[in-house]
Write a protein that binds this ligand. Structure first.
Ligand code: HEC
Length: 153
């Protein structure tokens, strides 16, 4: 809500600028990221809930081609991934590199993995990288909610 309001404000400000100046786009580049991406230090319960919602959508669009929460597909299932030892889902055929990595999935390791799986664990087989820092935070917030349970309704 606040975000949308500030974007509207930027748009209005830009329109005003473009009347006065020749290059309104340089204003846009400088102003938008500041408003669009809240810094982690300002995070509170509301922004966490927003991150989780955003993360769920990003998960569907960025990870959903290969992963799902409760079934192994091209990649392993993700329920319970947060806190789990890498390469530990039974019945999924991991690369040896991932199994032998000894990594435990937490905020830091997931962040490094998503930024560049091959740099983080050479020889792994996930052919996907996620560049935006905010997307990492949102997706990790979502993955954290996928707690292990047998009591699925
Ligand atoms: C192109 C297909 C593909 C996409 C897209 C993809 N993955 Fe993967 N993912 C894989 C494969 C394959 C593996 C198994 C890697 C291995 O065994 O070396 C994997 C493994 C993982 C693991 C390790 C899980 C474990 O049990 O140790 C995590 C975490 C993960 N992916 C997260 C994600 C997230 C989050 C996204 C979306 C941002 C994503 N992946 C997108 C194919 C994909």
């Amino acid at each position: 809500m606040i975000l949308r309001t500030s974007l509207v404000f930027v748009t209005v400000a830009m329109t005003a600028c473009s009347a006065a100046e020749d290059r309104p786009t340089s204003h846009m580049r400088q102003t938008l990221p500041v408003n669009a991406e809240p810094s982690p230090t300002t995070q509170n319960a509301d922004t966490l809930a927003e991150d989780i919602r955003a993360g769920e959508k990003l998960y569907a669009s960025r990870c959903g081609a290969c992963h799902s929460v409760d079934a192994n597909r091209i990649g392993p299932m993700h329920r319970g991934v947060y806190g789990r030892v890498a390469g530990s889902v039974a019945e999924y055929n991991y690369s040896d590199a991932l199994i032998q990595s000894g990594v435990v999935w937490n905020e830091q390791s997931l962040d490094q993995w998503l930024a560049n799986p091959q740099d983080f664990i050479p020889g792994q087989k996930m052919g996907y990288r996620l560049s935006k820092e905010y997307d990492h935070r949102a997706i990790i917030a979502f993955l954290k909610t996928l707690t292990p349970t047998d009591a699925t309704p």
